[in-house]
Design a protein around this ligand. Structure first.
Ligand code: VAH
Length: 308
């Protein structure tokens, strides 16, 4: 059975629904600190879980015969900068709880997301390689980089089959993002539809690696389904689909809403974004387990306006 921790978050909701479609509703236990997300209600078992409570997590894994764990609970980049020690504590302790129980209970597979946020201003900005200088400048990025090191350690030392992806900014419509720097690319669609205008907290030429949620969910499942012998990276794979700036996504939106206007008021998140890559080299994910994105900016924009 599969346990999804953080099932009510931006990724968690869609990952839970996708896993339930694949493995059967009853075989995917959704859990979160918050109450059950509307879209999950009636689609399968739901339990309230504080992943920081290791004993409670351990009992839940035994009681539900869990054999795979997807850990999506985390404090994201922008929120993390408001309370660094709390973000560090939650992002690290939650992972260590899961990894240690996975080792003790011989869990088959663990998934834990990393992020392009592990890279910082001293990493190459274009086509950022899988292996390069990694000096994160946000606590979120530091916790993701440290987490990657722990994943590799638990794999090499104890044989835990933990897998990870460095997600770009993710855009979706089913569930809201929570406190990220790339969230402008989600807000802009809702604002465009409701008010035909948007004030971007990132400047017009801020290029960031981005991905539509259906691609991110498919990448996660394809990675987890791949034969272990194909996985050559036990920290976290670079994963990429497209890169765009607020100016470019605004121009694409204008094709659907001609009256749409955008203005720019960069805030503290601009500095975070400036330290992140403009584009990623994910050739290793494509070579090892056949990754290939499907959504570009035009196709994503069209699908977003069909659904919001
Ligand atoms: C954030 N959406 O902005 C997340 C993600 C690459 C960005 O890690 O913090």
């Amino acid at each position: 059975k599969i346990l999804v921790i953080g099932a009510c978050g931006q990724i968690g909701v869609e990952l839970t629904l996708a896993l339930r479609k694949m493995y059967g509703d009853a075989n995917v236990v959704a859990s979160d600190l918050r109450e059950e997300h509307e879209l999950l209600k009636g689609t399968g078992p739901y339990v309230s879980l504080d992943v920081m409570n290791k004993e409670m997590l351990h009992v839940l894994i035994i009681r539900h015969n869990i054999t795979q764990v997807y850990l999506l609970a985390a404090i994201l980049s922008a929120t993390g900068e408001k309370n660094p020690l709390l973000a560090w504590h939650i992002n690290m302790q939650s992972l260590l709880n899961v990894l240690d129980i996975a080792k003790e209970e011989n869990i088959d597979k663990v998934y834990w997301p990393s992020s392009i946020a592990v890279f910082g201003p001293n990493s190459p900005m274009q086509d950022t390689p899988q292996h390069t200088i990694i000096e994160p400048t946000t606590i979120y990025g530091i916790s993701k980089f440290a987490g990657e090191r722990w994943c590799e350690y638990y794999n090499h030392r104890y044989g835990v089959d933990v897998r990870s992806l460095r997600y770009p900014g993710l855009i979706s419509y089913k569930s809201a993002p929570g406190g990220g720097t790339t969230d402008y690319a989600v807000e802009i669609f809702h604002e465009a539809k409701e008010h035909q205008t948007y004030t971007s907290f990132l400047s017009e030429n801020t290029y960031l690696p981005m991905m539509y949620m259906p691609d991110a969910i498919r990448a996660t499942i394809e990675l987890m389904e791949a034969d272990a012998s194909k996985i050559s990276v036990r920290s976290a794979y670079n994963l990429s689909a497209m890169s765009f700036s607020p100016k470019e996504i605004a121009a694409e939106i204008k094709k659907h809403i001609p009256a749409f206007t955008i203005q720019y008021e960069p805030d503290y998140r601009q500095q975070i974004a400036d330290g992140w890559p403009n584009s990623m080299d994910d050739s290793l994910a494509r070579a090892d387990w056949g990754w290939k994105h499907e959504y570009d900016l035009a196709k994503m924009t069209e699908d977003m306006f069909k659904n919001i």
